[in-house]
Every structure is written in structure tokens, then in C-alpha cells.
Design a protein around this ligand. Structure first.
Ligand code: AMP
Length: 395
């Protein structure tokens, strides 16, 4: 992987695709700047070399150049984080941009307007990509969050930089951390897969099964496995058409000596609500009218023990409806077990959507080895897919 560390950017202009798709409040203040902070090392490396940066990003899903999607709202935040006054141009192609780029001096940063003001961006239009490419001597992709899309600025543009293209430091570390899990020799390797549905996680399970020693399954998706094995799950979440698939996974795991750990008990509720009545039940004899919304205390112990003995840990998906405090304990305890194992020397990667929200909610972000910044992109990497934004940098 060629990264910005392998290039000297002195007196060069570099186009960097960043992921500044940050949440804004009603007054257009950035409410979570972690994506901006994540791009900082790449930008600073280029500036320290004596180069200049042209940052391009999308923000939201504009249809008609609505002003709420303008990247002008984030200029102050980006300037504060980088400790440099960032220049802004209210377009991303055309004469205004050419002029701003030509005036850009070493050590300066120019932020372009939202790429998605042009529908050519998401269409992956070649002509639009070429127009963008004219602004830089080098192309760097550091936008992991959109690396699974073959958009103009994330993939197609690389064609115009056959030699002068490379990984940004964030993108490189995302790829390296997934590799660390899937290609590790530090065993046992444990994958914890939770969340709502088997159907959305099945490709991940199939891809990682022969790379792991333990598979912990929790969350709503566990009930399809429990029912398939003859358990009574009341009105818990289930995908009846995935029962056969669940049995096949269990069979395959057994064949290749992967230990699968399913919940043994559950916190059950008489409605899907914070006000529900709750009790603890064995996971395979949940009464009619009740549903499992979190793992129970025996399961917490069981999962914690497997995690404590692991050297490499991957966590994707909560083991309960952690958004409601009443059903958050299982996910919290699981996260704390991973933090403890990490402290004792294990490598832990948390990635993909809701488990990332969970580590933030329970203040565990600094206590695991790596938290991925890209939801969909991370899931596709775990599924074994080569992401378009990454592929073009390798060619
Ligand atoms: P996913 O996006 O597939 O990772 O699913 C995450 C969602 O699964 C979260 O919103 C959780 O509330 C939900 N979830 C976790 N456990 C359960 C459960 N036992 N029943 C219903 N939903 C669940």
C-alpha cells in the first residue's frame, strides 16, 4: 500500500478526497467532528512537506444545491481543527475553482464545495472526474466512509493519476486493521456478530468463518438460530426463511472446528418499549407474547469468558436493543469485556454501524484497539469485497 508517507509533496498541489460528511445542527454547527479530526494526519503530512491541499468531500444528499448541504458551514470547524485558516470556493469544478487553485501556495488548504451538487459525482461520470483531476498533481483518497462507492471522486478520478495516487493515512489504517483481524496469527480469534437480522450479516459470517476460532452470536439475529434448533422464542425477532441457513452455518462451523456461542438466556419483555415488563428466561423457552430484547446474565458470563481468553477480537453489532437503557446491559458488559481483554494484550476491532455507536455510548472508544470510521465500507470489507476506492489505488 503506497501512502502519503511514501511521497514528498514539496511544491505540489494534492487533491484529497476526504469524508467530511459530518452532522450539523439547525444553526449549521458541526455536532460531531470526528471525521474531520480523522483526516488531520494526512493533511498535515502534505503541508509539512511544503505542499498544498485541495480538499473535496460530499455532505448529505442534496437534490438541488440546497444551501443546508453547503460545505461552507464547516470551514470554521476544519480551520480550528487544522489550526490553519482554510480557504473555500463555492463550486467544485469550473473557472472559479481553477483560479483559486492557481493562487494556492505551499502550506495552504482549499476546500471545494459539495461534490454532490453535481449528480455526475455519484454517477461516477468520467468527464466530471477528469475536470476534478486537473486541480491536483497528486490524488489521495482518505475517505474510508465512501470507499465502497464507485463515485467520481472516490474511484473514477484515480484513472487520471496512474502514478501519482496513494492512500491517505486514515484509509490505510482502516485497511490494515481489518487485515490484522482477518490475517492474524494471534489466536484464539473471536468474532462477535450481533444486530437485528441474520440476512444482513450472513455474508460476513460466511467470509470470516474459516479465519476465526470462536463465533459469538447475539442480538435479534440469534433467535433465528435458536428457533432453527427447536427453541421456543415467543414473539422475538426471527427470519423464518433463514432458519435453514442458520443450521448450515452451525454445521459448517462444527466441520471446521469453530466454536459457536449462542445466548443461553435472555431479558424478555412483553412489548418493544422502555416501559415494558421484563424478566429473565432461558433463551429457548420464551413464553408466547414475550420477546427477547437483550442477553441474560448467564449469557453475559459465558460471552465474557470467551472474550477474556481471546487474543484477537472483532465486534460488529449489539447483542441487545442497547438504545433503550432497559436492554443495554448485555451490550455494555460485552463492550467492557472487550476493553478488559484489550488491556490484557488482545487486539480488538470494533466496526460497522451500531457497535460503533455502542462503544461511544458506553465510553469505551479509547479502551479498544481500533474503532472503524466507516459503517457500510467496513461491512463490505468484512464481507471480503474489494472496495472500488481501494482497488483503484492498488492498480
Ligand atoms: P444491525 O444494524 O443489523 O447491526 O442491527 C442493530 C440493531 O439491532 C439495533 O438497533 C438494535 O436495537 C437491534 N437489536 C439488537 N438486539 C435485538 C433484539 N433482541 N431484538 C430486536 N432488535 C435488536
Amino acid at each position: 500500500m503506497k501512502t502519503v508517507n511514501d511521497i514528498n509533496f514539496k511544491n505540489k498541489k494534492t487533491l484529497i478526497r476526504v469524508d467530511f460528511n459530518v452532522p450539523l445542527d439547525k444553526d449549521f454547527n458541526v455536532t460531531d467532528d470526528s471525521r474531520i479530526r480523522a483526516a488531520k494526519p494526512t493533511i498535515l503530512k502534505i503541508l509539512e512537506d511544503g505542499g498544498s491541499c485541495i480538499l473535496m468531500s460530499h455532505l448529505g444528499r442534496p437534490k438541488n444545491r440546497e444551501v443546508e448541504f453547503s460545505l461552507k458551514h464547516i470551514v470554521k470547524s476544519v480551520s480550528n481543527i487544522l489550526k490553519i485558516q482554510v480557504k473555500f470556493v463555492d463550486d467544485c469544478i469550473g473557472p472559479k475553482v481553477s483560479e483559486a487553485v492557481s493562487k494556492l501556495k505551499p502550506g495552504e488548504i482549499l476546500l471545494l464545495e459539495n461534490l454532490r451538487y453535481y449528480e455526475e459525482e455519484t454517477r461516477g461520470d468520467l468527464d466530471f472526474s477528469e475536470k476534478l483531476s486537473k486541480f491536483g498533481d497528486f490524488y489521495v483518497n482518505d475517505a474510508f466512509g465512501t470507499a465502497h462507492r464507485a463515485h467520481a471522486s472516490t474511484a473514477i478520478i484515480a484513472e487520471f493519476f496512474p502514478e501519482n495516487k496513494c492512500f491517505g493515512l486514515l484509509l490505510a489504517s482502516e485497511v490494515e486493521n481489518v487485515k490484522k483481524v482477518l490475517e492474524t496469527t494471534e489466536k484464539p480469534v473471536t468474532a462477535i456478530i450481533g444486530g437485528a437480522k441474520v440476512s444482513s450479516k450472513i455474508t460476513i459470517i460466511e467470509n470470516i468463518l474459516d479465519k476465526i476460532d470462536h463465533l459469538i452470536i447475539g442480538g435479534g439475529m440469534a433467535f433465528t438460530f435458536i428457533k432453527a434448533q427447536g427453541g421456543k422464542i415467543g414473539s422475538s425477532l426471527v427470519e423464518d426463511d433463514k432458519q435453514q441457513l442458520a443450521l448450515e452455518i452451525l454445521e459448517e462451523a462444527k466441520k471446521i472446528n469453530v466454536k459457536v456461542h449462542l445466548p443461553v438466556d435472555a431479558v424478555i419483555a412483553d412489548s418493544f418499549s422502555e416501559d415494558a415488563n421484563t424478566k429473565i428466561s432461558p433463551v429457548d423457552s420464551i413464553p408466547e407474547g414475550w420477546m427477547g430484547l437483550d442477553v441474560g446474565p448467564k449469557t453475559n458470563e459465558l460471552f465474557a469468558k470467551v472474550i477474556a481468553d481471546s487474543k484477537t477480537i472483532l465486534w460488529n453489532g449489539p447483542v441487545g436493543v442497547f438504545e433503550m437503557d432497559k436492554f443495554a446491559d448485555g451490550t455494555k458488559i460485552l463492550g467492557e469485556s472487550i476493553a478488559k481483554a484489550t488491556k490484557n494484550g488482545a487486539f480488538s476491532l470494533v466496526g460497522g454501524g451500531d457497535s460503533v455507536a455502542a462503544v461511544h455510548k458506553f465510553n469505551l472508544s479509547d479502551k479498544v484497539s481500533y474503532v472503524s470510521t466507516g459503517g457500510g465500507a467496513m461491512l463490505e470489507m468484512l464481507e471480503g469485497k474489494t472496495l472500488p476506492g481501494i482497488k483503484v489505488l492498488m492498480e
